[in-house]
Design a protein around this ligand. Structure first.
Ligand SMILES: [Zn+2]
Length: 474
């Protein structure tokens, strides 16, 4: 097995928030600085795909020098790869979430497995350049226009898995059950038009298609890809059809993701039709638990917050998308206080910059509360790394320590954005509150270089591939 050694000028070694990292002391409270978590001259050694040695205060030797701040790989816990094709063009209209959704459907209508592969490969390459080492792809574009299956019913999902492999990052394919076109006050609306591509008929149809993926008893598709489950939302799946999805996730110990209360209209229709909130409906169908991620959780009540915290669900907040769509502000600090764990996603890819997602949570709290310092940089970094990976079914990724997957990224502290911010002591604050995706210089995934000096080693012209792939769809 290949042994590699790096010497990181500064490395963030998480202290708490996951059992494996509990050796370092003083890192308990979100909101307090993680004393001792930022270390200098850290020797990091990997044998094959895993870290074997992590040792601070080592004098310079023959290891590869990493200049700047070295962090665990970042997890992007919520992605719809094809939404990247909408960047910019949807900013010219006023519109609403619902008019934006119409534009999104127009793009989706033109995709097939080959064009989706080309687009996703470029989007995932953009993510790796931004320091993302694992993506949770919330995938519902399953079938041909009109709803007929491809000859391989999972051709679209496999295109995404192949795209991630070529871009060099890990993927959790969150294969999504999507059965209805919407929920109105008088009931579910059937799928129509472009939405016919999303549907499997019923929960059993979804489960049947799931069984034709190639995966092992742990839900692994390959060493770098795993299968997870998703319920699109209470707008798209009636409660009596949720059982097969919940059962599948339970059987394989897999992540279960669901969009929750992104819009007030969803809550109003859910109460009108079912008499309960979307969170309560999911709870009653046993869809909520410690492997569940609720995405957005924008318009949740105090009672919903108690339910979600009580089961220790992950709350996946997507600030750049939520502000782009005018969704509203999730009660992030209440969710965390109740017991939820925070994760972050770039969702519609209005931008792909996980630091911007992280500070977006804190800045929303500041504006809402007229107070600062609700989520400190280290706790936001924990959401981006260990908690994000755990929510995607990779609990041994997202921390730099022996035994973990050998993923690391380095953020330049000498760019025009980050120069002079830290002198080292505040490097994590500088990364979360001042760095951008463009400051990620190096990315290592499973012990292999994927990005070096800001250049993707497998996809040499990411911008060119993005324009070509999106140009095809216009
Ligand atoms: Zn989404």
């Amino acid at each position: 097995m290949q042994v590699r050694r790096w010497l990181a000028e500064l490395a963030w070694l998480p202290g708490m928030g996951h059992a494996a990292g509990s050796r370092l002391q003083g890192a308990h409270a979100a909101g307090s600085r993680l004393q001792g978590a930022l270390r200098r001259d850290v020797l990091i050694e990997a044998s094959g795909e895993r870290f074997t040695v992590v040792e601070p205060d080592v004098p310079v030797g023959d290891a590869t020098r990493l200049r700047g701040l070295t962090l665990p790989g970042l997890a992007n816990a919520h992605s719809h790869a094809f939404h990247r094709a909408l960047r910019g063009i949807t900013q010219a209209d006023k519109g609403t979430f619902w008019t934006w959704r119409e534009r999104m459907y127009q793009v989706a209508a033109r995709l097939d497995p080959d064009s989706y592969f080309r687009l996703a490969r470029a989007v995932y390459a953009e993510m790796t350049l931004a320091g993302v080492t694992c993506v949770g792809e919330f995938h519902y574009l399953h079938h041909q226009p009109g709803g007929m299956s491809y000859s391989d019913p999972n051709a679209m999902g496999q295109a995404l898995v192949a795209a991630a492999a070529e871009a060099g990052l890990r993927i959790t394919l969150l294969d999504t059950c999507y059965l209805a076109g919407g929920l109105e006050r008088d009931g579910l609306v059937p799928l129509s038009g472009l939405q016919l591509r999303f549907g499997d008929g019923d929960g059993a149809g979804w489960a049947g298609r799931m069984s034709s993926h190639r995966f092992d008893e742990h839900g692994m598709i390959s060493a770098g890809a795993r299968l997870g489950a998703a319920i699109h939302s209470v707008r798209a799946v009636p409660p009596e059809q949720m059982g097969p999805v919940v059962a599948w996730a339970r059987r394989y110990g897999a992540p279960l993701h669901v969009h929750l209360s992104e819009q007030l209209a969803e809550n109003e229709a859910c109460v009108a039709v079912y008499g309960v909130s979307p969170a309560r409906l999911l709870y009653d169908e046993e869809a909520l638990g410690p492997r569940t991620s609720v995405v957005h959780a924008t318009h949740v009540s105090a009672g919903d917050v108690r339910l979600l915290g009580g089961v220790q669900a992950f709350a996946c907040i997507c600030p750049t998308t939520e502000r782009d769509l005018g969704d509203g502000l999730a009660p992030a600090s209440e969710l965390m206080a109740a017991g939820c764990r925070l994760t972050l996603g770039s969702d519609s890819h209005a931008v792909i910059d996980m630091f911007e997602e992280a500070r977006g949570v804190e800045y929303a709290e500041r504006l809402a509360r007229q107070a600062r310092g609700i989520f400190a940089a280290p706790s936001l970094m924990g959401a981006l790394t260990s908690d994000g990976h755990t929510s995607l079914g990779w609990p041994e990724a997202g921390q730099i320590e022996p035994g973990a997957w050998a993923d690391l990224i380095t953020v330049s502290l000498g760019s025009v954005r980050t120069a002079g911010t830290s002198g080292g002591d505040y490097a994590v604050e500088a990364a979360v509150f001042a760095a951008t995706a463009a400051d990620v210089s190096d990315v290592v995934i499973s012990g292999r270089d994927v990005v070096r000096d800001g250049v993707h080693l497998h996809v040499p012209d990411v911008a060119g591939e993005l324009s070509a792939a999106i140009g095809e769809l216009r």
